[in-house]
Design a protein. Structure first.
Length: 292
């Protein structure tokens, strides 16, 4: 199977040639450890490999968004084109129009200011969150569907906040929908969910823009409470959650040698090929993450 390059020099060799398309890769690490830079490197590598840069879906709902646009400009001179919140296609045919629907990034919950863990909410707040998720559903489907129809073959899901249990997080609930009902679903069925009553009248356009969901790679960036790599390595995976179902897990954290702190990563899980489990130090410079 053809592998997707990560864009991080040296990491593809640890992964037996790269990441497997059609599978989920989860990157775990604390705030500021370099996950976002890694994600953008993966997206940008799509330009050379598939002819299209990948797309970014930011699930942050509180505080400031990640510095995606600044990083992309500084690392690649890439002017990240973010879709406006509440964007809808002027007409159904515009879902396949590159000028209208080819966005690099979406941040649908940027103005919601809501917590994402059920245990932090009362009944009314939970009901409000579910209504917000349903409201953004069509926007979410159209963002991924249009980009995949236009040649995109990789995506990054960012902004996942720490949660003691995945089942307690609305973000994980929404991700499960995105992954199972959009990313891993046949293109014509995704089009049905998007177009609904207008599906049949646009069937010819749907059939003119097929894509194989098996070719789409997904990188999920999850923030953790744990900063040290040793803590991440020793933490058990909750049975049945998104981590246990991921094809690949990459851990990013701090390591200590004497009085010196540095960053290191480890491929903790990689189905489909032998992988190097070496703990590798890395640095972050103007070009992003690079192995030392």
């Amino acid at each position: 199977m053809s592998r997707q390059q990560t864009g991080v020099p040296g990491l593809d060799e640890l992964l037996g040639g790269g990441l497997l398309p059609g599978t989920l890769t989860v990157v775990l690490g604390a705030t500021g450890i370099g996950k976002t830079q890694f994600g953008l490197q993966y997206l940008h590598a799509g330009k050379a490999q598939e002819g299209e840069t990948g797309v970014l879906f930011d699930m942050t709902s509180r505080g400031d968004s990640q510095n995606h646009a600044d990083y992309a400009r500084r690392m690649f001179d890439w002017a990240l084109r973010e879709r406006p919140v509440d964007w809808v296609a002027p007409s159904a045919s515009d879902y396949w129009n590159r000028e209208q629907a080819r966005w690099d990034a979406a941040h649908p919950f940027s103005r919601s200011g809501k917590r994402v863990t059920v245990s932090d909410m009362n009944t009314d707040q939970i009901r409000e969150w579910k209504a917000e998720l349903n409201k953004r559903l069509v926007e979410t489907i159209s963002f991924f569907y249009s980009n995949f129809c236009l040649g995109v073959r990789r995506c990054v899901i960012d902004g996942i906040e720490p949660s003691d249990r995945a089942s307690d997080s609305f973000q994980f609930e929404q991700f499960e929908y995105i992954y199972q009902q959009i990313l891993r679903k046949e293109y014509d069925w995704v089009a049905r969910d998007l177009l609904r009553a207008h599906f049949r009248e646009n069937l010819s356009l749907v059939e003119q823009h097929p894509y194989r969901h098996q070719d789409v790679g997904c990188l999920m960036l999850c923030t953790t409470h744990d900063v040290m790599l040793d803590s991440l390595l020793s933490k058990p995976i909750e049975s049945g959650d998104v981590l246990s179902n991921a094809n690949t897990i990459i851990l990013m954290g701090k390591i200590r040698e004497g009085n010196k702190m540095s960053r290191a990563l480890c491929v903790a899980k990689h189905r489909g090929s032998a992988c190097d489990e070496t703990i590798c130090e890395y640095a972050i410079d103007d070009h992003g993450v690079r192995l030392v």
